[in-house]
Design a protein around this ligand. Structure first.
Ligand code: KG4
Ligand code: ZN
Length: 358
């Protein structure tokens, strides 16, 4: 495979060859994808639907002292990190920059100033190389990441996206055909993990730390609210949980921390699973997909797999390296879109509130 690629790379960088790759064509393309919607700077290279490289650098340590992402700091870090990470992704893929057929970038949703850095660099490369640009929705990246590498590709499913900024239930009919079934009415699930983590004195972001501590705790010790679990819709609410944990704080001993983490986590997991399973049953779909940073959660993965097995439902979980923000999921959507002949105009702007479905 790499031999073919090497030949292709040489052919594409030969200045004497005509420019025959400008414009969309449903062939195996080499796509460079960039992701800068929040505090991860990421680049990935695809050849057709095959991932050649995926590099991510996180700014977590820089934002941790502030207890959250500082937009101005994030965009400065993206500027600093993008060039080296693009070089590294190309190097690992063994691709010369001149061999790229298209450049993709996340255009929303996310932090405006962060989105602007990635899309501006992608558009600049697109102009300089004379190759098309593809603007990709970050949420579509998360939504489709569980299908990456599967034999059937994108198939009808109920998709749960659980990240720091979003909690969405989406019906997937096919590529680009999505219907919103439900969403959080207040905090996103990841936001609830991070806010509770902060209350409990855990480092930012709290999600992974809470997950780790919960493994040593009793999930039945505290009966935290499972808000909206019985409501007939497919919406969620997590802000009450944070308040319930806050009430406990004055009485809490350090030794009880794992039990609080496990009980809080169980409440979030119960609501997420209950609503997702019910949505799949209501829509007559037997495939559930879960993606986004919170889908790394050990208990969510374990309990969802057990529940779905008992209900005769199939589950596709994004691999852990594709759960949190990365450029591979952006490149995967770009590759799928490219194969349908789609590209974006350079006038497509970033949209911090970009929606995936209505
Ligand atoms: O998808 P992501 O990287 O960024 C957004 O698009 O928001 O998700 C980040 C979120 C954070 O809230 C983080 O605490 C949460 O995912 N997260 C987890 C775990 N790993 C990451 N939450 C619970 N358990 C985990 N293991
Ligand atoms: Zn994300």
């Amino acid at each position: 495979m790499l031999n073919d690629l090497e030949k292709r790379t040489q052919a594409q960088t030969d200045p004497n060859l005509p420019e025959n790759l400008v414009g969309p064509s449903p062939k195996m393309a080499i796509i460079l994808a960039l992701e800068t919607s929040c505090d991860e700077t990421a680049a990935a290279v695809f050849w057709g639907e095959q991932l050649l490289s995926s590099e991510v650098t996180s700014q977590i340590d820089i934002h941790a002292p502030y207890g959250g992402v500082v937009p101005e700091v994030a965009s400065r870090e993206h500027i600093r990190a993008l060039r080296p990470i693009i070089d590294l992704a190309l190097k690992k893929a063994d691709i010369a920059i001149g061999a790229i057929d298209a450049v993709a970038a996340t255009c929303g949703p996310g932090l405006a100033s962060s989105l602007m850095i990635g899309t501006s660099i992608a558009k600049g490369l697109s102009v300089a190389l004379g190759r098309p640009f593809l603007a990709i929705n970050h949420l579509e990246g998360h939504l489709l990441s569980p299908f990456f590498g599967t034999a059937d590709g994108v198939s009808p499913a109920v998709g749960l996206i659980v990240s720091g900024g979003h909690t969405l239930l989406i019906e997937v009919e096919a590529l680009g055909k999505y219907t919103l079934l439900g969403q959080t009415q207040d905090d996103a699930a990841g936001e609830a993990f991070d806010k509770v983590g902060k209350l409990l004195g855990l480092p930012y972001p709290g999600g992974p730390h809470l997950d780790r501590l919960a493994r040593g705790g009793d999930p039945t010790l505290y009966d935290f609210p499972r808000s909206m679990i019985g409501s007939p819709d497919f919406h969620f609410s997590f802000s009450g949980l944070k308040t319930a944990v806050r009430y406990l704080l004055p009485k809490l001993q350090p030794a009880q921390l794992p039990d609080v983490c496990a009980s809080f986590q169980e409440a979030v997991v119960d609501v997420l699973i209950s609503k997702t399973v019910r949505a799949a049953q209501a829509r007559g779909l037997n495939l559930i997909t879960v993606s986004g940073g919170v889908s790394c959660n050990t208990r969510l993965r374990e309990k969802l797999l057990a529940t779905c097995a008992a209900q005769g439902l199939r589950v596709l979980l994004a691999p852990p390296q594709l759960c949190t923000d990365n450029a591979a999921m952006i490149g995967y959507v770009a590759a799928l879109r490219w194969s349908t002949g789609a590209t974006s105009a350079l006038t497509v702007d970033i949209d911090p509130n970009l929606r995936l479905a209505t």
